[in-house]
Design a protein around this ligand. Structure first.
Ligand code: GLU
Length: 313
């Protein structure tokens, strides 16, 4: 028998949700629930500079409005600080992560041009082997230190349920990447696989902007001996002008759509249609689309929103 499916919703409380989030979250929920699986909710609230006061309650409201539910209490990532710190200590003790005092400017100056085709500066490894710990780095330089994971050259391979076999040479595209920020807070790439494993998540469905992150999270998971969930990266939603929807595109937030009279059933219908489901002639609530949902049928093409979503959805 197949092991039970555990899907997850992992919003960041950085603003109101938009249609791109609605699509990723509906697909994640349909994928798990259509196979009788459970769904856990995690609030990715580690990035204190981006978290907006009151946003958690509004994100939960948006998810509920969409007709989504979850099992158990939401997990706040900030409640997992001790587990993140323990994992970081382990990585340093095993020689798999090291303290780094470089500033962004120093990295840019030391690195050769950013990797062709990427906009990320590749970390040149300046602090590799320099310090035994963050404390030692601070002592020696008077600077706060981040922690970076040692990345060996070669492809990180994994299978994406939607996009097939993937290979990312993280050493070439990013180099040793940050797993703890200079203030000691766990980086997204570290916290995600740790908390997915803690919540028993078996599959991650999220936007394909995070596909390169999946390779990094695989490396973190391997270094910590964690089982990394199956991955399915779904297309992002683009506005009619070709721009990717961002949270700042306020006019497309679910809240604005709701105020303009768009029902959650209409949003679900639009997402269902974009996911290759049949019977999309009329709006229906999220739970009415479970039957017939399969990830295999979800198109890999970018999804473009009509120019006037309020009247066209
Ligand atoms: N919290 C992240 C976001 O809202 C997603 C994290 C993930 O799915 O791994 O972009």
């Amino acid at each position: 028998m197949e092991p039970p499916v555990v899907g997850r919703l992992a919003p960041s409380p950085t603003g109101r949700l938009h249609l791109g989030h609605a699509r990723s979250f509906l697909l994640a929920w349909w994928s798990a629930r259509s196979r009788g699986g459970s769904v856990v909710l995690r609030i990715d609230d580690l990035d204190g500079t981006r978290v907006k006061p009151g946003a958690v309650a509004l994100v939960l409201k948006d998810l509920e409005w969409l007709g989504l539910d979850w099992d158990g209490e939401p997990l706040m990532q900030t409640a997992r600080t001790a587990a993140h710190a323990e994992a970081l200590d382990l990585l340093v003790a095993r020689g798999l992560a090291y303290a780094c005092v470089c500033t962004r400017k120093e990295i840019e100056e030391a690195a050769s041009a950013p990797h062709a085709g990427g906009d990320e500066t590749v970390y040149p490894g300046t602090c590799r082997g320099r310090f035994s710990s963050r404390a030692a780095a601070r002592e020696a330089t008077g600077r706060q230190a981040a922690l970076r994971l040692r990345v060996e050259p070669g492809d990180v391979r994994f299978e994406d349920a939607l996009r097939g076999p993937q290979a990312f040479d993280v050493a070439r595209t990013a180099g040793d990447f940050v797993v703890a920020r200079k203030d000691g807070v766990a980086a997204y790439q570290l916290a995600t696989p740790i908390d997915d494993a803690y919540q028993g998540v078996t599959e991650v469905v999220r936007g394909d902007d995070l596909l390169p992150s999946a390779a990094r999270q695989q490396l973190v998971g391997d270094a910590l001996g964690l089982t990394v969930p199956l991955q399915a990266h779904v297309s992002l939603v683009h506005a009619a002008d070709g721009h990717r929807l961002a949270k700042r595109a306020g006019s497309l937030s679910l809240e604005e759509l709701r105020s303009a009279g768009v029902s959650p059933e209409r949003v679900a219908r639009w997402v269902a249609e974009s996911a290759g489901l049949s019977g999309t002639e009329r709006p229906r609530p999220a739970k009415d689309w479970l039957e017939g949902f399969t990830m295999e049928r979800v198109p890999r093409l970018p999804v473009v929103l009509p120019a006037d979503p309020v009247s066209r959805l």
